[in-house]
Design a protein around this ligand. Structure first.
Ligand code: DOR
Length: 432
């Protein structure tokens, strides 16, 4: 494999949360030098032209839809979307058809990814057989075939006993349980956050309690078992308070928030209807502010996309019939900047750990930082670039984003996985 040298840009030192001027050399799939000036005559040169070279983003929450829902997304198309969004590693949720609940199915995803994906794909195994919450899967067998964590994402684990057993099994294997916190009975059949807007629209509403009551239970179960509870897509203020208190007690808990929950509220629902429908739902401004505070004070560890692609006919229908979820990989960086960097709450260098070294730490991955000897999984970011989100420039099959036809700021312009460029776009084009 050839050598590549990046010059004339800023290097994101995500552990020190700073951007430094410097050059970086890639040889044989790895970063082999980082210095103010590197001389290597045989390397191909990439002129960063003042852009930012960062570790490739790592998403711990992607829905790839294959097998079973290839009309929404395939592993190949989801990986293209990931690369275009600056992600070089994605962990995929098991709510496929069939669910990833056996070693063979996990192995199949690994094989399919090896054959068709341009980024690294890490399968997440199901907690329960068919994700029905009744019988635990064989965690050890699933881990042996490549599962990096366990989740029944898409629905909550209703049985406390099942969650206890899951956390015990995960503890023994030193992997996280990635919990979708939702009590199905409390959640009911609503489509959006319970409140004034759900009443106006005649929707039953999904109360925040459906999230934080199950979360409270799971935090106790994590304490009892010593298992690592990773809380998926936190959406409510009360959940942030519970996680903060649990961390103070020493419970092994990590948490993620999506860019959309940091940036949007239920106020966008009347205009966007099905395109604003996601689970957990966009909530109130007070909830959004609590998520921001949680992000700033370290209660929430990472940003994850919950990339949930759907076909047009599944979203462009009345609110009550629309599928839950947003296509998220390609807008994640820009939306995270809109929520945190443009309002002046974080610098870009302070935002990047939530997309790189912190998700890597949760799974114990070697990538996620710029360091000699680590895999050359890299992204070149144009943080000020303005671009329009339209169906044609999204690589995902899922065009279901509330940001359609809006201008966003910040985009990945080059993505490298194991030293190979897997994605490149015109840095000056607003519609690329
Ligand atoms: O909005 C969502 N969509 N939330 C989930 O938990 C599942 C996901 C999906 O699979 O579509």
């Amino acid at each position: 494999m050839g050598k590549t040298i990046f010059r004339n840009g800023w290097l994101a030192d995500v552990e020190q949360r700073r951007l430094v001027r410097g050059e970086l050399l890639v040889e044989d799939k790895r970063i082999t030098a980082i210095a103010p000036r590197i001389t290597c005559e045989t390397a191909e040169e990439i002129d960063l032209a003042d852009a930012v070279l960062a570790p490739g983003f790592i998403d711990l929450h992607t829905h790839l839809r294959e097998p079973g829902y290839e009309h929404k997304e395939t592993i190949a198309s989801g990986a293209q979307a990931a690369a275009a969004g600056g992600f070089t590693t994605i962990a995929c949720m098991p709510n496929t058809r069939p669910a990833l609940d056996t070693a063979a199915r996990v192995a199949w995803v690994k094989e399919q990814a090896a054959a068709t994906s341009i980024v690294k794909v890490l399968p997440i195994g199901a907690i329960s057989v068919e994700q029905t919450g009744r019988e635990l899967t064989d965690f050890a067998a699933l881990q042996a075939s490549g599962a990096v964590a366990f989740s029944d994402d898409g629905r909550g684990v209703m049985s406390s006993k099942m969650m206890l057993l899951a956390l015990q099994a995960a503890q023994a294997l030193a992997v996280p349980i990635m919990a979708h916190e939702e009590d199905a009975e409390l959640a009911g059949r609503g489509s959006i956050n319970a409140g004034r807007i759900s009443q106006q629209l005649g929707d039953e509403g999904i109360p925040a309690a459906s999230e934080f009551i199950m979360l409270a239970r799971d935090l106790y179960l994590a304490e009892l078992t010593g298992g690592h509870l990773h809380v998926c897509h936190v959406s409510s203020a009360e959940s942030v308070h519970l996680i903060r208190a649990a961390k103070a007690r020493g419970i092994q808990v990590t948490a993620e928030v999506t860019p959309h929950h940091l940036h949007l509220t239920e106020a966008v629902v009347p205009a966007l209807l099905g395109q604003a429908k996601v689970n957990p739902p966009l909530r109130s401004e007070a909830d959004r502010e609590a998520l921001i505070t949680g992000m700033l004070d370290g209660t929430i560890d990472i940003i994850a996309t919950d990339h949930a692609p759907h076909a047009a006919h599944e979203k462009d229908v009345p609110l009550s019939q629309a599928a839950f979820g947003f296509s998220g990989l390609e807008v994640a960086f820009a939306v995270a900047q809109a929520a945190l960097v443009q309002p002046g709450l974080l610098t870009l260098a302070e935002l990047l750990p939530a997309l790189t070294c912190r998700p890597a730490a949760i799974l114990g991955l070697p990538q996620g930082r710029l360091a000699v000897g680590t895999p050359a999984d890299l992204v070149v970011l144009a943080p000020q670039k303005r671009w329009y989100v339209n169906p044609d420039n999204l690589r995902s099959q899922g065009k279901n984003t509330p940001y359609l036809n809006q201008e966003l700021i910040g985009q990945a312009v080059l993505t490298m996985v194991d030293g190979s460029i897997v994605f490149r776009r015109d840095r000056d084009a607003s519609d690329a």
